[in-house]
Ligand binder design. Structure first.
Ligand code: HEC
Ligand code: HEC
Ligand code: HEC
Length: 422
């Protein structure tokens, strides 16, 4: 459970770390009641290690050293009777290997673009630098003692990068007498929780040091719903309203991560602050709608580390609540209409720069896309509304962004959604 700050130093977020410990402790007590005796010993070990971890930071190393921390690698998951089969239920490894971008995340570090980025940054080679491997080849920065011999250090973003180090639950998780809660208690990450899922993805999909972006790396913008659809799924989400929830939880977690990074920086650059304001603007609109969700404040006036820290806490609270709540279709429809009527807020003024409008616009377009999807009765894969395609084109690059044209396209979009949404 130390995943958020040990496996993914990029998300080494104090707030998160405390909360994950609390969450894990409660998961243990909740499931202890019906746990099978054979895993009780392990649970009590973890529980006592956690109790220690909560009282002193030295004890955290203790948690890290419990046996549960070892990674087995894809090799441990891919036998044909497990996840390496051909049938729908056993094909996760094939889907990952053949279709998922994550399987080639290490290979990317050996291509020409990566070589150029590394050279600009003065790094020897990308595939050996922690600055790159932390996201592209996450086994590499892990201590060798935590890798089983069959785990290949270069296998890229693989099963355990998302599901958690498997050693502690590998044997048990196939037992018929184990239920989902027991697997989670034994250390498998609870990815069915959208909060946990968003925390997992955001660790590699939002914050990136500005010198890496300046050296030619694509900018990262986290949006859980769209990115979950884009990832070739090896799982089923049964709840039809899950897209809307994934979107909101993901945006809240993205705001938390950006706020956290800004609060640590004495002199945040204007670009990062504009991104933060753009996303806070969107979430202020979304939470003004739904009265039972925690509010995000509309960003006004000067920013400071204290403002960012408070946004970090607000955003985390929102993410947790949204992950638990049932967001109605009415909420989606109302928010879609309201966001499609924000064209008057895209005018450059003394307080609002072109940069800020661009960042607002980027987040707005992602929201219009996911909300349209949530309220749509069309089958997935249906061609996008052409007005939406135009909006995506508008926000493709900062250099080409023109606020007046964007305003006109938002109006076109509004006109196009009206009949189906009312
Ligand atoms: C915070 C995590 C993170 C770090 C650190 C990181 N990357 Fe990436 N990188 C990503 C993600 C996520 C993508 C996919 C972005 C997208 O397509 O929207 C990506 C994409 C790329 C791409 C483009 C891939 C393509 O298909 O065109 C290259 C090249 C790349 N990274 C190289 C590097 C190099 C070199 C470093 C080190 C200097 C690095 N990355 C550090 C997360 C990271
Ligand atoms: C990028 C993150 C990521 C990677 C990499 C990943 N998974 Fe998953 N996996 C998920 C998410 C998210 C879910 C959905 C949550 C759930 O159903 O538990 C999931 C669900 C599953 C499920 C449950 C399927 C169902 O429908 O109930 C299995 C089994 C699984 N993954 C196995 C694997 C295996 C094996 C690998 C490696 C080949 C792998 N995963 C790699 C994120 C990932
Ligand atoms: C350990 C870091 C890591 C984690 C965790 C992770 N990713 Fe990625 N992801 C990457 C990297 C690196 C790339 C770039 C690889 C490439 O482009 O081939 C990438 C690429 C992608 C892409 C394709 C590029 C894009 O942005 O459209 C999608 C979609 C994606 N990830 C979704 C997810 C989702 C959903 C989750 C959580 C369930 C997740 N990722 C978790 C590192 C990670």
């Amino acid at each position: 459970m130390y995943f958020l700050w040990k496996n993914f130093p990029v998300a080494g977020n104090d707030l998160c770390r405390r909360q994950v410990l609390e969450w894990f402790a409660s998961a243990i007590s909740a499931s202890l009641a019906n746990v099978v005796p054979s895993i009780l010993w392990r649970l009590s070990l973890v529980a006592s290690a956690l109790a220690l971890a909560q009282t002193s930071s030295a004890a955290e190393t203790e948690v890290a050293r419990t046996k549960g921390g070892q990674f087995v690698g894809v090799a441990g998951c891919k036998s044909s009777s497990c996840h390496g089969g051909a049938g729908e239920k056993r094909s996760q490894c094939l889907t990952w290997l053949q279709k998922d971008f994550h399987a080639r995340s290490y290979a990317i570090l050996t291509n020409a673009r990566s070589a150029r980025i590394a050279e600009t940054l003065g790094l020897p080679v990308a595939q050996e630098s922690n600055r790159c491997t932390v996201c592209h080849s996450p086994f590499q920065p892990v201590a060798a003692t935590r890798l089983e011999p069959r785990a290949h250090p270069d296998e890229g973003v693989s099963c355990e990068s998302c599901h958690g180090a498997a050693e502690s639950w590998l044997r048990g998780h196939t037992r018929k007498d184990w239920n989902y809660a027991m697997r989670v208690t034994a250390g498998m990450r609870d990815l069915k929780s959208f909060y946990v899922r968003a925390n997992t993805c955001v660790a590699c999909h939002q914050n990136l040091d500005s010198d890496i972006v300046k050296a030619g790396h694509p900018e990262l913008t986290f949006e859980l719903d769209g990115q979950s659809v884009a990832e070739p799924k090896h799982w089923r989400d049964d709840d039809p309203s899950s897209g809307l929830r994934a979107w909101l939880v993901g945006q809240a977690v993205a705001l938390r991560e950006i706020s956290w990074a800004l609060s640590k920086n004495e002199a945040p650059d204007a670009e990062a602050t504009a991104k933060w304001k753009g996303l806070a603007w969107l979430l202020a609109k979304a939470t003004a709608q739904q009265t039972d969700l925690p509010r995000i404040d509309q960003p006004t006036g000067a920013t400071s580390p204290a403002v960012f820290s408070s946004a970090q806490e607000q955003a985390d609270l929102l993410a947790r609540r949204a992950a638990e709540s049932r967001l109605s279709n009415d909420f989606a429809q109302q928010l879609l209409r309201e966001l499609a009527a924000t064209d008057s807020e895209f005018v450059v003024s003394n307080e609002i720069s072109q940069d800020l409008l661009f960042r607002r616009a980027q987040r707005l377009v992602l929201a219009l896309d996911r909300l349209s999807n949530a309220v749509s009765s069309e089958p997935p894969g249906t061609a996008k509304n052409p007005a939406l395609t135009q909006l995506f084109d508008d926000v493709r690059s900062r250099a080409d962004f023109q606020a007046p044209r964007f305003v006109e396209h938002v109006r076109n979009f509004r006109a196009a959604i009206k009949p189906s949404v009312q």
